[in-house]
Ligand binder design. Structure first.
Ligand code: F3S
Length: 432
């Protein structure tokens, strides 16, 4: 890598041994991926590691070293959701005690994050780009983000530029204020390697479409055609919500860090099919293909017929419109069923700042009375332990399905399960 004299000096320890180690780590990372140089980061950071698990003590020791050296990120950062929130999602006494042991370093870790540049107590969400959170990168900004669902949203929908960095490397880059120039930071790395032709009869369920794309293209860059027929041109709020969920599924079911959508995302609007690399591959997604993908998911519940314990909606965290839409949808379904409460408790996950605002609304108490809760945790962190891992959880998130034993259903089925407590006889639809 070509380093500037100032970067060379840091590498030689002129600004202290700890910053030297930071620079050495970032340079080694860049060289691994054939980066040609470091480029200045222009946007605020978003970090992936939000949990104070006792198993990652060396990471906490490293943070202590950075803090003792007086280092912090150039700009204030946001971070992924907390693993627990007992006030709004009470898992019961035994699990509370166990969570206390598993995440025994949570308080200490959050103290470290504040010293390293955490924006504020409300900054724990994966949807940091939502207006209520305010870490919304602008087009062309260079970032060093790590949370895969946020990375793909920042790249594809906002037109910012970040690689899918690993935990730790994100922080190192953001302390230096520089990132290695490779992959999705470069024009060449943003060219599409796949053309995805969506030819379904209606708008596909976003989590299912993202899953199909991710499984097929893995770390490739898809250029998606056909969605503008249903979503219209440009980026309305509902289109952004759709793409948020589709991208999270593509990033977790595969390793997609960027996609383009014809007629919709900023680079596709500007460059159209010139974004397609010569020699691109083609994947056609029709209703049969969506159905095949849906039926390929294994059921990981110990008892596939178990009564669901909870319904988890909001991985990634829900936008304001999505929370409102789910609340209205569930309340309408309860009215039709002549019930006052859902038969399965429903948790809608949304950023802390948004949840705090919504809890002040008069309708919030009614929601709670109907069995619908707002929380701001990461359901994956909540489930990824021996106590909760086998719980019969229902979700509409394909990311949560991928990383846990939660069972995926499309929204219509999720609504029916929440209200009736019964699983569908057959897995339902494939549409949004
Ligand atoms: Fe967000 Fe956790 Fe899902 S970080 S995307 S809620 S796995």
């Amino acid at each position: 890598m070509q380093l500037t004299p100032e970067e060379q000096a840091i590498l030689q320890g002129t600004q202290g041994a700890v910053l030297e180690k930071v620079m050495r780590s970032v340079v080694a990372y860049g060289e691994t991926f054939d980066a040609d140089r470091l480029v200045a980061i222009s946007g605020s950071p978003h970090l992936v590691t939000s949990f104070g698990a006792n198993t990652i003590r060396p990471y906490f020791d490293m943070l202590d070293e950075l803090i003792e050296a007086g280092l912090h990120t150039v700009e204030p950062f946001t971070v992924d959701p907390r693993p627990t929130d007992f006030e709004h999602l009470n898992p019961g006494l035994v699990k509370r005690l166990s969570f206390g042991l598993i995440f025994g370093k949570q308080k200490t870790y959050e103290g470290q994050l504040l010293k390293l540049g955490l924006k504020d107590e409300q900054a724990f969400t994966c949807a940091s780009y939502l207006p209520e959170v305010g870490n919304t990168p602008r087009r062309g900004e260079i970032l060093a983000w790590s949370e895969s669902s946020a990375v793909v949203f920042a790249n594809a929908v906002l037109g910012a530029r970040t690689n899918r960095n690993s935990a730790g490397i994100d922080l190192m880059c953001d302390i230096l204020g520089k990132a290695p120039n490779f992959g999705l930071l470069t024009d060449a790395g943003r060219q599409a390697t796949w053309k995805i032709e969506v030819v379904s009869k209606r708008l596909p369920n976003p989590h299912l479409l993202g899953s199909a794309i991710g499984i097929k293209v893995m770390e490739g860059v898809p250029y998606i055609t056909g969605l503008e027929t249903y979503l219209g041109q440009g980026l309305s709020q509902s289109t952004q919500d759709y793409l948020k969920d589709m991208g999270a599924a593509a990033a977790s079911n595969g390793a997609v860090g960027l996609y383009h959508v014809e007629g919709i995302t900023p680079e596709a609007l500007d460059f159209k099919r010139d974004l397609l690399n010569p020699g691109y591959l083609t994947y056609r997604i029709d209703d049969d293909e969506l159905e095949r993908v849906l039926r390929s998911y294994p059921v990981l519940w110990k008892n596939p017929q178990a009564h669901p314990r909870s319904v988890f909606i909001g991985c990634p965290h829900l936008s304001r419109d999505q929370v409102k839409a789910w609340a209205a949808r569930l309340e309408a379904a309860l009215e039709v069923a002549g019930q006052s409460r859902t038969r399965v408790p429903v948790y809608l996950f949304t950023p802390p700042a948004l949840a705090a605002e919504l809890r002040k609304e008069a309708s919030y108490q009614a929601l709670l009375g109907h069995g619908i809760h707002l929380a701001s945790i990461c359901p994956l962190m909540h489930m990824n332990n021996p106590l909760c891992g086998r719980d019969p959880i229902v979700t509409n998130s394909n990311k949560l399905r991928t990383y846990t034993g939660a069972r995926f259903f499309v929204d219509e089925d999720v609504e029916n399960i929440a209200v009736t407590g019964r699983l569908p006889l057959d897995r339902g639809g494939i549409y949004a």
